[in-house]
Design a protein around this ligand. Structure first.
Ligand SMILES: [Zn+2]
Length: 168
């Protein structure tokens, strides 16, 4: 069996919100924005990614039914419940590598010193934060502000939900 740590995803556009949350947790996740399912399937096969989709057609493809490609059919149309399903079906670690990837580009973030971000973040942020991360692709800078705290709370909620499920 493959280790949890190696799980990578490709998220269909009908469950697009999942991409952000999986990236927040640190899971390498591509967002598929095309209309050609074959393209998504090919990428998933080439890069050994798990497909997350609400499209039953994909589930009927030979590569999926034969087990060559792992795909998960998402049941709910609510992002929150979709996340619960993925976490439980794949036994995801909600605290896998939080905030290690750019939420836009899926790229590993690089640590930046305070000096390196001077003039590139709002002054009040610069005064109050000492740790920063930067995306090497889009150069967006991340810090542990209120947005970060809200996301951390959400990750904890997901983790708690998972524990509750396991008790039954
Ligand atoms: Zn980026």
């Amino acid at each position: 069996m493959r280790l949890i740590e190696t799980l990578k995803f490709i998220v269909d556009n009908n469950v697009g919100k999942l991409a952000k949350w999986l990236r927040i947790m640190g899971y390498d996740t591509l967002f598929f924005n095309g209309s050609n399912d074959s393209g998504m399937v090919a990428t998933a096969l080439n890069e050994e990614r798990v497909i997350l989709t609400r499209d039953t057609q994909i589930m009927r493809r030979w590569v999926v039914t034969s087990g060559r490609l792992k795909a998960i059919l998402i049941h709910s149309d609510k992002p929150e419940l979709q996340m619960h399903q993925v976490i439980n079906d794949l036994n995801l670690d909600c605290q896998f590598r939080p905030f290690a990837l750019c939420l836009e580009c899926n790229q590993p973030l690089l640590e930046r010193s305070k000096q390196q971000v001077e003039g590139r973040v709002p002054p009040y942020v610069f005064q109050t934060q000492s740790q920063y991360m930067e995306c090497p692709i889009c150069h967006r800078i991340y810090w542990r502000g209120t947005h970060w705290q809200a996301m951390t709370r959400k990750l904890n909620q997901f983790a708690k939900y998972k524990q509750n499920e396991e008790e039954f």
